[in-house]
Design a protein around this ligand. Structure first.
Ligand code: YH5
Length: 294
């Protein structure tokens, strides 16, 4: 009888296994942890930026000590229902943090933004990677990213953050997301971004029901067909709340489980809040399945 729930062996490396991020190189032959650094205003601060900056730096230092290989700096909340943030506000949040990270840590830095002005200023400040949940669809973003010459992660989102969870609909979710990402990859290559500098992300929770998210994870290996490295963000997301009835602060264990499942199905970069726990899980994974020498 055919085993329907067999654990897949690790997938062989596809596409590039080394990615230049500014002055650093990320080795994607091993799973890589991207630590999430949200720089939205701190409710404990008095409106001055200094406290926020210090908190962000302490958090970044801890994530690097815990095993993060790249830090993803984001100043615009894209959670369901979140309000838009102006360019000036986003710049004021992220640029001082990127400059300080570059001075103090010298680690690869990613900028989580869809805005071309923020992409440009962030790369000037020292970011070496663009993480765009709009997949370079905002006006001017494609041209900006092509000119900046840094790697870009293209994420799938159905709709826009404010309304995307109202009634997500797909024919076959994996096919629809694959088609979208394939089209965006082609657009980027036409605009002058080499394929070697592109990554894709199915966008868990971005215009998807729980069942859509579960189906995407079950069939995550199908995205390998697009031939570029896969990044995923599952950490603390509502799909855990919906599946298990857990509050935001109680989603750490399930998040680690999801990150590991994603890596087993071919994800190369996992974007997470809980770096230490994820790092232990992935180190254990590598003990069982050592990456072949390349
Ligand atoms: C992602 O998946 N996600 S921001 C809601 C949560 C918890 C976390 C209700 N940026 C991704 O992390 N970039 C974000 O609980 C991302 N992939 C990439 N590439 C949303 C987020 C979150 C939302």
């Amino acid at each position: 009888m055919k085993a329907v729930n067999a654990q897949p062996a690790p997938l062989p490396p596809r596409g590039v296994t080394r990615l230049r991020v500014g002055t650093h190189t990320l080795d994607l032959a091993r799973p890589v942890i991207m630590g999430i650094l949200n720089v939205t205003p701190d409710s404990f601060s008095d409106g001055g930026r200094f406290v926020d900056l210090q908190h962000a730096l302490v958090h970044a230092h801890a994530m690097v000590a815990d095993g993060a290989a790249i830090i993803d700096v984001g100043g615009e909340s894209t959670r369901p229902g979140a309000q838009a943030v102006s360019v000036d506000e986003e710049l004021a949040r992220v640029i001082p943090v990127i400059e300080a990270l570059r001075r103090e840590l010298d680690i690869p830095v990613s900028i989580d933004t869809g805005k071309p002005e923020v992409m440009r200023a962030a790369v000037v400040a020292g970011a070496g990677f663009i993480n765009d949940v709009y997949a370079l669809r905002l006006p001017g973003a494609l041209e900006a990213a092509a000119a900046l010459g840094v790697p870009v992660c293209l994420m799938h989102m159905q709709g826009e953050p404010r309304t995307m969870q109202e009634s997500p609909q797909y024919g076959d979710v994996v096919r629809d997301v694959t088609n979208f990402l394939g089209e965006r990859l082609d657009r980027c290559v036409s605009a002058g971004i080499p394929r070697e500098r592109l990554l894709i992300d199915p966008g868990f929770g971005f215009g998807k029901t729980l069942e859509h998210n579960l189906e995407l994870l079950r069939r995550l290996d199908e995205f390998a067909g697009l031939g570029v490295p896969l990044l995923v963000g599952l950490s603390r997301k509502s799909m855990i709340g919906k599946a298990l009835g857990l509050a935001l602060d109680d989603r750490q264990h399930a998040s680690v489980a999801l990150a590991l499942m994603a890596v087993q199905r071919g994800a190369r970069i996992v974007r997470v809040h809980d770096v230490r726990a994820t790092h232990d899980a992935l180190r254990m994974y590598e003990a069982v399945w050592p990456a072949s020498e390349s």
